[in-house]
Design a protein around this ligand. Structure first.
Ligand SMILES: Cc1cc2nc3c(=O)[nH]c(=O)nc-3n(C[C@H](O)[C@H](O)[C@H](O)COP(=O)(O)O)c2cc1C
Length: 230
């Protein structure tokens, strides 16, 4: 039997299926949680990539993991564009460097530049050509079903979670990534010919670290500083 909402919009009964879930004992849970933590703690952003290719199928598996993320009303407001074609990577690099030149010259301001000092970054982005794959994440501001606009809910949260799944999956698979934001990133919508509802969200070079790759010596907040247990 159907049921009614407060506004008397007719609704259909949801179709429910059994949950796939297995309880583990405490020891096993702790070991799994600890192993996963240690694995994630080893992830670092890489800014110097080898040009070595990625084995067939690995990126697809990681993207499927990303696509399994939760999202507002399950509307999955994301698209991932996988770019490996050298001429396309070159165009993306050139356009990103145009924006980044302006960012570093005047847009970012003193405080931001000071915060970036520890990373040694500048307007040059060779990794956008060196990395064998660039994954460009788009958020869908609204849905487009048969040219009809459909509201999307919690788009930023949903795409952020899916991207987190993706970064974790790529790391677990043995690949290095950089979470890159050469803003404003509208150029990616043009170069990759995306539809009008899509906005560039992140640009993620993926591959192997270059030989001798070094990363900034950073620290993490102590547990007590970011968790409030009551
Ligand atoms: C939303 C976001 C945007 C970022 N944008 C850039 C970027 O444009 N360029 C860059 O070199 N790193 C960028 N980073 C990487 C951060 O600098 C890096 O994650 C942080 O320093 C922690 O280092 P780790 O990733 O090695 O743990 C970004 C990270 C996030 C989450």
């Amino acid at each position: 039997m159907g049921f009614q909402t407060l506004y008397s919009v007719p609704m259909t009964d949801p179709i429910l299926v059994p949950l796939r879930f297995e309880r583990r004992d405490g020891e096993e849970m702790l070991a799994a949680a600890s192993a996963f933590r240690q694995e994630l703690e080893a992830r670092r952003s890489v800014r110097s990539f080898s040009t070595d290719p990625i084995p067939e199928g690995v990126i697809e598996e990681c993207l499927r993991a990303a696509g399994s993320a939760p999202s507002g009303a399950n509307l999955q407001p994301w698209s991932f564009v996988v770019v490996s074609e050298p001429s396309l990577k070159r165009r993306i690099r050139e356009a990103a460097e145009v924006e980044e030149r302006e960012n570093y010259e005047w847009r970012m301001g003193e405080a931001w530049l000071r915060d970036l000092e520890a990373f040694g970054t500048d307007e040059n982005k060779p990794f956008l050509e060196d990395a064998p794959v660039l994954i460009v994440v788009f958020r869908q501001a609204y849905g487009l079903d048969d040219e009809e606009k459909r509201k999307h809910y919690y788009v930023m949260e949903s795409v952020g979670i899916a991207t987190g799944f993706l970064l974790a999956a790529l790391h677990k698979a043995g690949l290095a990534t950089l979470t890159h934001t050469p803003s404003p990133m509208g150029f990616l919508e043009g170069i990759l010919e995306r539809s009008e509802n899509e906005r560039a969200y992140l640009l993620i070079p993926v591959g192997y670290p270059a030989d001798g790759c070094k990363v900034p010596d950073i620290t993490r907040k102590p547990y007590e500083d970011f968790v409030d247990e009551r």
